[in-house]
Ligand binder design. Structure first.
Ligand code: ADP
Length: 394
């Protein structure tokens, strides 16, 4: 029997989904991708097949029943009519926070859901929307098993030093610690890299996940040893609109001298900073690379500087570095950013092949580079589909 697995990545006003077909042999294979945007205002549904051919679109009129439960009921009906003989067996969700307890995906029960609700204060911008989708789907289809796959889980095996802030212990015990995110992406890379380069299976690898959210991870023998994101997905690298690592003294200054409260600081650091804040032009790397504005160029330069700097820090966390991997939107497609980082890592013996880099080849290092440099497309959805299959089988 061919099975189908629904993968959901739910945000504040949009819900991305994929349908995977799973024959049991090899990895589940993506068949349909789509999204519902405008949730809460004027929802729009779009879906494409695996060749990006549009399958269907629908827009809801204001006033039509279009809360999350109604939208998920619509989505499930739509999917079930297109299963082509397969049986929908489960839904796997990307859930940003699994707290300190969850080092692996978990099958959703009412008790698990309540526990995950307790983590909302740790990820107030994402966790509530992830959980709202789970609740809505449970209401629309109570019989469908659901699995939560956490962005934090992969980092749970890190050495304790990587997870700890130097603050009073009672705060650490309460959960104020470094969790790390983008774990599903790093887990996918850890699984994929030895297929591409078997000799790196036990190696010390720095992975740069450079999307609109950006972070880096130190992988040793496929396990996370350290990461640039910490308590929240705000730490580490500058991102599209997020500031990345910042002296906490800046926050005290903003409160004391500018009279800003938590909400205003949150908006500043999450939505108005990063590439957008520095450039004043855009949060989109493509726009910055095309811009002649010196501030746009500075934003790109700062991004490269910080990636190179974190590479050194993460290498130190592993006692060395044997390979560097780029992934996600910018990492997979931006040759100029990769070239900039490589240039700043020349001290480490990193050297890239300009033609391979421009072609977004799988291996972009030159023959005389001291360490190999790879470009590996990430696939968080496939990781969720795999986890969901495994959680059902457990
Ligand atoms: P998300 O974190 O939203 O999943 P993605 O991984 O899709 O993000 O990455 C989005 C980022 O990738 C954007 O900053 C976009 O500018 C950048 N990007 C996509 N294609 C290119 C490209 N060809 N060159 C440079 N940047 C690119």
């Amino acid at each position: 029997m061919t099975k189908a697995i629904l993968v959901i990545n739910a945000g504040s006003s949009s819900l991305k989904f994929s349908v995977f077909r799973d024959s049991g042999a090899g990895d589940p294979v993506a068949a349909i991708n789509g999204q519902i945007s405008g949730i809460g205002t004027a929802p729009v549904f779009e879906a494409k097949d695996i060749d990006r051919k549009p399958l269907e679109g629908k827009a809801w009129q204001p006033g039509e029943a279009s809360d999350r439960t109604a939208l998920l009921a619509y989505l499930l009906d739509w999917i079930e009519a297109r299963l082509d003989g397969a049986t929908l067996v489960a839904a796997g969700h990307r859930v940003v926070h699994g707290g300190i307890r969850h080092a692996a995906p978990v099958r959703i029960t009412p008790a698990v859901l309540d526990e995950l609700e307790g983590l909302v204060p740790l990820a107030p911008l994402h966790q509530p929307h992830n959980l709202a989708a789970i609740r809505a789907l449970a209401e629309a289809h109570p019989e469908l098993p659901q699995v939560a796959c956490f962005d934090t889980a992969f980092h749970r095996g890190q050495p304790w030093q990587a997870g700890m802030f130097a603050i009073p212990r009672d705060l650490t015990d309460e959960g104020v610690r470094r969790y790390g995110f983008h774990g599903l992406s790093y887990e996918y890379i850890a699984r994929r890299l030895p297929e591409i380069a078997p000799e790196l299976a036990d190696a010390r690898v720095v992975v740069a996940h450079l999307g609109s959210g950006a972070s880096m991870c130190a992988l040793h023998a496929g396990r996370s040893m350290d990461s640039t994101m910490g308590f929240t997905a705000l730490d580490g690298l500058p991102m599209g609109t997020r500031c990345g690592a910042i002296d906490p003294g800046v926050l005290i200054y903003l409160m004391r001298e500018k009279g800003m409260d938590a909400g205003a600081i949150e908006k500043l650091l999450y939505n108005k900073s990063g590439l957008l804040g520095v450039s004043g032009v855009s949060n989109d790397m493509r726009a910055l690379l095309e811009s002649a504005d010196p501030h746009a160029q500075e934003a790109v330069e700062l991004f490269g500087f910080r990636i190179a700097k974190e590479t050194g820090a993460l290498a130190s966390s592993m006692g060395g570095i044997d390979a560097l991997v780029f992934t996600a939107g910018i990492g997979e497609r931006s040759a100029p950013v990769r070239a900039l980082v490589a240039e700043k890592l020349a001290w480490l013996g990193v050297s890239i092949d300009a033609a391979a880099n421009t072609a977004n080849a799988a291996k972009i290092s030159s023959g005389d580079s001291r360490i190999p440099v790879y470009v590996i497309p990430t696939d968080e959805e496939r990781m969720i589909a795999l986890h969901t299959r495994n959680a059902l089988a457990a």
